[in-house]
Design a protein around this ligand. Structure first.
Ligand code: CDP
Length: 219
């Protein structure tokens, strides 16, 4: 069982992915963390995130242990992540890790929830259920500003909103795996939904999908 969750920044997909993973007993991979880890490696080495050779080398060096670094959540890292994410060689270098995680979760779980930008379109096109989580840029900027303040970082709403719009534009307009809902994704707008309501709507969709699945072929 694979659940693919895509959507723009601060749409609520991370929270939803974690809750769905817990509910179904599945592993969870926040694939944005991989792009953030590439960006952090490039920035820490004094490199330019737009330099394809440097970014691709960093992508080749990323390991699961990188995902625990608290610096991944910093805003400059998020911006650099969307720059390295537009480089096809970076996406290619991270592909096998993501597909491997989905096919054979490291903890032996019977499946996985992956959240990102291209899970339903590129990484797991045959996923059991695909969700595309969205919300207005203003609602998302409010949430991100609150998260940053709670983490002790100063956050000015207008600046967060502008950064988010810049990143949305880069993610949606790039040629390699742009941010777009898969044709068969359930689009969920969380602008006026809290985490519980978003979870309930997502769960109802997934349960409908599971009920509609053809039974396993007779042995
Ligand atoms: O947490 P937030 O939604 O702000 O961002 P993230 O999911 O951590 O992703 C950071 C950046 O990585 C995004 O802006 C995308 O450019 C890139 N990304 C991607 O291209 N493909 C993915 N599957 C996940 C993230």
């Amino acid at each position: 069982m694979i659940i693919a969750i895509d959507g723009p920044a601060a749409s609520g997909k991370g929270t939803l992915a974690r809750r769905l993973a817990r509910h179904f007993g599945l592993a969870h991979l926040d694939t944005g963390g991989l792009y953030r880890a590439v960006a952090l490696r490039v920035l820490a080495g004094g490199g330019n995130p737009a330099d394809a050779a440097v970014a691709a080398a960093a992508a080749g060096a990323v390991a699961a242990g990188d995902l625990a670094d608290p610096r991944l959540r910093l805003e400059p890292v998020a911006q650099a992540a969307s720059v390295v994410a537009a480089i096809p060689a970076v996406r290619q270098a991270l592909l096998a890790f993501q597909r491997g995680f989905a096919r054979k979760p490291p903890g032996g779980e019977p499946g996985a929830v992956l959240d990102g930008r291209d899970i339903g379109t590129v990484i797991c096109p045959a996923a059991t259920a695909k969700l595309f989580i969205t919300a207005t840029p203003e609602a998302r900027a409010e949430r991100r500003a609150r998260e940053l303040r709670e983490a002790g970082e100063p956050a000015i709403y207008e600046a967060v909103l502008q950064d988010m719009k810049d990143r949305d534009a880069r993610d949606s307009q790039r040629r390699a795996a742009p941010l777009v809902p898969a044709d068969d994704a359930f689009v969920l707008d969380t602008t006026t939904l809290d985490a519980d309501a978003a979870f309930a709507a997502a769960l109802a969709f997934i349960e409908r999908k599971l009920a509609a699945q053809p039974p396993a072929s007779p042995g």
